[in-house]
Design a protein around this ligand. Structure first.
Ligand code: FDA
Length: 301
């Protein structure tokens, strides 16, 4: 737990962040981040597609505090969607609302999302809003609710470690939801702290969403959860096109391919861009063994 908290602290620490950016590739970040440019992300998606895997790309970046940066991030998302269409990859877009100005002005964020969703709609593509820390949960759901009045090509993610996850999933019946355990450091007032309790609540929300007849994106590297979901779908006659599995790029690649070969949709989340630091620290926090990536990176040159 100390290790987890330590990495989560580092994830938000600007002092370390500014210095670490120079060492990024050396820290092994490149084994889990698909380069810095849209072209590199498209090439990674193409390679995964060849192995029977779908993709979603996320241009890394969070907590934008001025309007110009939020607009820049919006245009970058539009360019990424356009590149997906041009290269013909099986890939959709994941993004964070704080990148699009959620902390500046909700209306600005909504307008940026509309620009992105109009582009996605034109290309018959889908946009997933990642879920951030608890302070952004309600604002994110409010933006989603507003957008859902006009767009059906948008969804978000719900975190199983939160006590309220079940109610949120029920409210989002009919929406394409990514179900996850949750990656942030949330207090005992709002979130389960015990791994077994997180596991149980996570499985509970997955099953609820699937039984609701809603499309579920089950995003986990946990083979026990994956086995339970397969058995549950089988038992309840839930077709394979009603749900998908998702994993992060660079994690359990063999298992990803196995799942795809069994005929399930398996989507790989590909982060890219220069702003890799917070993402990388959260991965180290949730699985200290991931530090081997960092050590390998440091030793490699
Ligand atoms: P967890 O890390 O709890 O591992 C469970 C077990 O699985 C381990 O004990 C081990 O046995 C096995 N295992 C896990 N990783 C392994 C590995 N690399 N090699 C071998 N065995 C391994 N979070 C968030 O808050 N907001 C978001 O929007 C998203 N989005 C998102 C998208 C996608 C595609 C994924 C996969 C994850 C996220 N997350 C996220 C992160 C998520 O909330 C969660 O923190 C991580 O996925 C870690 O939890 P897991 O369920 O993967 O297993």
């Amino acid at each position: 737990m100390i290790t987890r908290n330590f990495f989560l602290f580092l994830a938000r620490n600007d002092f370390v962040k500014n210095r670490a950016s120079k060492w990024g590739p050396k820290l092994g970040a490149k084994s889990v981040i698909a380069g810095e440019t849209i072209e590199e992300a498209m090439e990674t998606a193409r390679q995964l597609n060849e192995k029977g895997l779908s993709a979603t790309v996320d241009h890394l970046g969070e907590f934008v505090y001025n309007k110009a940066e939020a607009l820049e991030a919006t245009h970058y998302c539009v360019r990424t969607l356009t590149a997906m269409e041009a290269s013909g990859v099986d890939c959709n877009l994941s993004l964070k609302l704080t990148q699009l100005g959620l902390d500046i002005d909700k209306e600005l964020c909504l307008s940026n999302m509309r620009t992105i969703l109009d582009t996605a709609k034109k290309y018959n593509n889908f946009v997933r809003i990642d879920m951030e820390d608890y302070s952004h949960l309600d604002p994110t759901l409010e933006v989603l609710q507003e957008l859902r009045k006009d767009y059906d090509n948008v969804g978000t993610a719900i975190q199983g470690y939160l006590f309220r996850a079940e109610q949120d999933v029920d409210k989002l019946k009919g929406t394409n939801i990514r179900l996850i355990k949750g990656a942030y450091n949330e207090p005992p007032e709002v979130a389960y702290q015990d791994a077994k309790e997180v596991y149980n609540n996570y499985l509970n929300i997955i099953k609820r969403h699937m039984l609701n007849g809603s499309y579920a994106a089950v995003a986990t590297h946990d083979h026990n959860i994956i086995a339970e979901v397969k058995a549950f779908a089988e038992k309840h006659g839930i077709a394979k096109d009603q749900f998908e599995f998702q994993m992060l790029y660079g994690f359990r690649s063999e298992l990803q391919e196995e799942i795809a070969k069994e005929g399930y949709k398996m989507r790989v989340y590909i982060p890219f861009g220069e702003d890799w630091y917070g993402y990388f620290m959260r991965r180290l926090a949730e699985r200290p063994q991931n530090i081997t990536f960092a050590v390998r990176g440091l030793l490699s040159k």
